[in-house]
Design a protein around this ligand. Structure first.
Ligand SMILES: [Zn+2]
Length: 384
């Protein structure tokens, strides 16, 4: 019999192995981000356990960044590194456990279906082949990777350039939220589909600025929430620095240069089993205009996709002061524009659950494609 072994030295791999001596008590610790205390993301390969019942115990789950994320959580698992399904877990408040019998001697487990750096490069490559796309390297990450922007419009359109709405979509400020880049992939596939009437109108009347991965270093390092320097990029927008948050610095500079009429920032939420958005209520410039835009956008998205909902979400900010270091608040305030943080679940959409796969890459892609409809619905009202 093969000895049981766990490896994680690959793109986005992350786990600390405590003990593999007893197949019924494989002890693991969820690894922290490389330069911060956030710990939630894991991704590893279990070898040598084909046909053998195993129990994996994540010993420190109760001390992770979002312990509430383990209630009702199901692990993403793949036997072929292509198709991911879910496994039930137990969580006693401290240890999160998964018991199953692998079919093969090489089975992958991850917090969520991964989105690899190679796929990220392929996405940019295939989108960049379109005549509508201009690629721009905005800057370097701390590890020397590229911060890549896709500028997308129909250059032959009759709409004067100055009248075109500037629509931004950024994703993976929090690198472990891989569903965010799956969302971008679905968005781009539809936007570049020459047969799609919504995409054709949008390309005629908008310039899209898309950053598929704001945090490639954190993604490759297997971090949940921070970049190589331990910076939580979605707390850096008020004052980004070249030293610790060059990714935000570069994207922010480009926004200041070209402007923003609509901003979408894609994320994942550990606890809530729903897709929802968070707007800019609570920012100083919040008022009836932005509120009406938000409502119109949400209404149109509800009509476009049953995977989107507005019943469940974060508690409303009301008159509380918004955190102006968040991308959405900073952008919405500075450009007085419609801006949303999009949250997708790590678990599943409880309104439309899929017991086999949970929320996954393919479903995030469909949601990303569906968001073109609400963009179209509010297009004429985006500028005051
Ligand atoms: Zn996030």
């Amino acid at each position: 019999m093969n000895p049981i072994h766990i490896s994680s030295t690959f793109d986005a791999g992350a786990i600390d192995v405590v003990s593999v001596a007893d197949p019924q008590d494989i002890q693991l610790n969820i690894r922290r981000d490389n330069a911060s205390d956030f710990a939630q993301w894991f991704y590893f390969c279990l070898h040598g356990a084909a046909g053998q019942p195993v129990r994996l115990n994540f010993m420190n789950a109760g001390q992770s960044a979002y312990p509430k994320g383990w209630a009702g959580y199901r692990v993403a698992c793949s036997e072929d590194h292509q198709n991911w399904f879910r496994l039930d877990t137990d969580f006693d408040g401290e240890v999160m456990s998964v018991a199953f019998t692998p079919a093969s001697n090489r089975v992958y487990l991850a917090y969520f279906e991964p989105y690899s750096h190679e796929r990220h490069l392929d996405l940019i490559g295939s989108a960049g082949a379109s005549e509508h796309v201009t690629l721009e390297r905005l800057g370097s990450t701390l590890d020397g990777r590229d911060v890549t922007l896709l500028q997308i419009t129909d250059a032959a359109s009759t709409t004067p350039q100055a009248q075109k709405k500037k629509v931004w979509l950024i994703a993976r400020q929090h690198p472990g939220e891989t569903m965010a880049e799956w969302f971008v992939e679905g968005f781009l596939e539809r936007l570049l589909d020459e047969s799609d009437p919504v995409a054709r109108v949008l390309l005629d009347q908008c310039v899209f600025y898309v950053v598929p991965n704001m945090n490639p270093d954190g993604a490759v390092r297997g971090n949940l929430r921070t970049n190589a320097a331990g910076a939580n990029l979605n707390r850096e927008w008020a004052a980004p620095s070249q030293e610790t948050s060059p990714e935000v610095y570069a994207v922010r500079q480009k926004m200041l240069e070209v402007g923003v009429d609509l901003s979408l920032d894609a994320h994942g939420d550990e606890g809530m089993p729903y897709n929802f958005v968070v707007g800019t209520e609570g920012t100083p410039g919040w008022g009836p205009r932005r509120q009406a835009l938000e409502e119109a956008f949400k209404t149109a998205w509800l009509a476009a996709s049953p995977d989107f909902q507005t019943t469940h979400g974060y508690p409303r900010g009301g008159r509380e002061e918004a955190n102006m270091t968040l991308a959405t608040n900073w952008i919405g305030q500075l450009f007085d524009c419609l801006a949303f943080t999009i949250e997708m679940p790590f678990k599943d959409n409880a309104d439309l659950p899929d017991l086999q796969v949970g929320w996954n890459g393919e479903r995030a892609k469909r949601l990303g494609a569906s968001v073109l409809q609400p963009v179209l619905a509010v297009l004429a009202q985006l500028r005051s």
